[in-house]
Every structure is written in C-alpha cells, then in structure tokens.
Design a protein around this ligand. Structure first.
Ligand SMILES: C[S@@+](CC[C@H](N)C(=O)[O-])C[C@H]1O[C@@H](n2cnc3c(N)ncnc32)[C@H](O)[C@@H]1O
Length: 247
C-alpha cells in the first residue's frame, strides 16, 4: 500500500463527508471511537458540528488566552477552530489546515455565513506534513483524530515542533492502539481512512514525540473500543507535550 493510495483514500472519504454532511466519528460508519464533545462558550455553527469527525476534545487540554495563536491540524469542517476562536478573542488567531479542499471550502463558507463573528479564524489548504505556517509563530498545536491518518507521522511532529513557539503546547486527540496491529489490518485502506489502521501504539507515539524534541509527554485514554470488524483494541486518547524553552 503506497503513500499515494493512502492519501487518495483519505481525501476521497473526507471530501465525501464535507459535501454530504454525513457526520460520523472519525469518518467510519462503525463509529470507531466515542467522542467526548464539549461545549465551550457559545454553541458552534451547525454547519461545522454536522461534519464533526473528532475522537476527543483537544481544547479541554489547553488554556488559551486572549491574543494566543491556535493551530488545528486537519481542521475539517472547523468545529474546533470555531470553538478556539471564542477563546483567543479579537487579538488572537485560530488557524485550521486541511488537505481536503472540500473541507476547507466548507469551513470558509461557514465562516462567511456568520459575518464578522469569526474574523479571527483562517482556513488554509495544506498538508500537515508540510505546514503552510511560519516557524515559531503558534502557541498551541491542536488536532482531533487526524494524525493517525498521516502516512508520514515523523514529518507531522517535526512540523508541529517547527511552528510552535518555545514553551508552546502540542495537545491532540487521536486514536492509539493497545498493540501493533496485524499487517493485513494495516493494509486495509478503508480502515486506514476510518482512523484505525494508521494509528500508533502509545509507546510509538511517546517515543516519536520524544525523538522530535518534545518534553513532558502525557497520554490519557478517554475511551476504548474493540469493534467486531477490527480484531484489535484501540483507544480514543488525549496526548499532550511541550516544546522546551531554550536557555
Ligand atoms: C477524521 S477528520 C477530523 C476533522 C476535524 N478535526 C474534526 O474533529 O471534525 C480528518 C480530517 O483531517 C484531514 N486530513 C487527513 N490527512 C491529512 C493530512 N495529511 N494533511 C492535512 N489534512 C489531513 C481530512 O481531510 C479531514 O478533514
């Protein structure tokens, strides 16, 4: 299974979701993980919540303040960006990056529908392995059920590290596996795009973050599942780490 095949399958699945409003957790009709949705501040636009495909609540892990910059990897319909927008206020920024044009178009359309309510948000088309973001410009990198979809996870973490300011926080919800999964399951494109086959174990996540330079890695299992079709156990996890300050 090539990187190209994975990217194509992922893009097709989420383009379909963006244009049909088919909301299902992590995109899988099997509901791969229970979402722990939160309401922070005012309700988010229904146009964003109707395509929610997260597996946790990264915004519960951070405490952004007025003026901060929050970057969301794989922002989808924008649900966490519209929430973050309320937290960082008029002088802050909430930036979403997504590789599926249909998701970006949908999120931008939602933003424009609400006039001047979300002017501190921005949706950029791009890959999380090649972030269209300036180095050391972001206070928080968040993400909700996306990194497991990447065929190049070291690049995602290196890019997250690059764009974070010193002392910045990486706080994501993602699927993690109890054990490495069988090769046959790993090669199932459908279960890859449903957020399962590409997932890392906790210890793989931990060591990859450490090798990238992050410190203070913490992984908490929010819920666990073992769905019939997939012969392995996985967790909806909250993962946090910090970019150290130098000197
Ligand atoms: C499971 S959905 C989650 C969307 C959103 N975070 C949420 O909570 O609703 C995954 C999203 O990540 C995007 N995505 C997947 N792989 C990506 C990559 N390599 N670079 C950028 N975006 C990616 C998809 O287009 C899709 O919008």
């Amino acid at each position: 299974m090539s990187e190209l095949e994975i990217r194509k399958a992922v893009k097709e699945r989420y383009a379909r979701m963006a244009t049909t409003s088919d909301s299902s957790s992590c995109g899988g009709e099997e509901d791969c993980c229970s979402t722990d949705l939160i309401s922070i501040g005012e309700p988010v636009p229904v146009e964003a919540s109707s395509v929610n495909a997260g597996c946790g609540s990264p915004l519960l892990l951070i405490s952004p303040k007025e003026g901060d910059v929050v970057l969301d990897l794989g922002s989808g319909g924008g649900i966490d960006i519209f929430r973050a927008s309320q937290l960082v206020g008029g002088t802050g920024r909430a930036i979403g990056v997504d590789a599926t044009p249909e998701m970006i178009w949908r999120a931008r359309e939602t933003k424009s529908k609400y006039g001047d309510k979300y002017t501190n948000t921005e949706f950029r088309l791009g890959e999380i392995e090649h972030l269209p973001i300036e180095s050391k410009s972001v206070d928080y990198v968040i993400s909700n059920c996306v990194i497991n979809l990447s065929p190049d996870k070291p690049a995602v973490l290196e890019e997250s590290f690059r764009v974070l300011k010193e002392g910045g926080v990486f706080a994501v919800a993602d699927i993690t596996l109890q054990n490495e999964i069988p090769e046959a399951s790993r090669k199932d494109l459908d279960s890859w795009s449903a957020c399962l086959a590409g997932a890392l174990t906790d210890s793989e996540y931990r060591s990859l973050l450490g090798r990238t330079g992050f410190q203070g890695v913490e992984i908490e299992h929010v819920s666990d599942s073992n769905i019939g079709k997939y012969p392995f156990k996985y967790f909806s996890s909250h993962i946090t780490a910090k970019k150290p300050t130098v000197g």
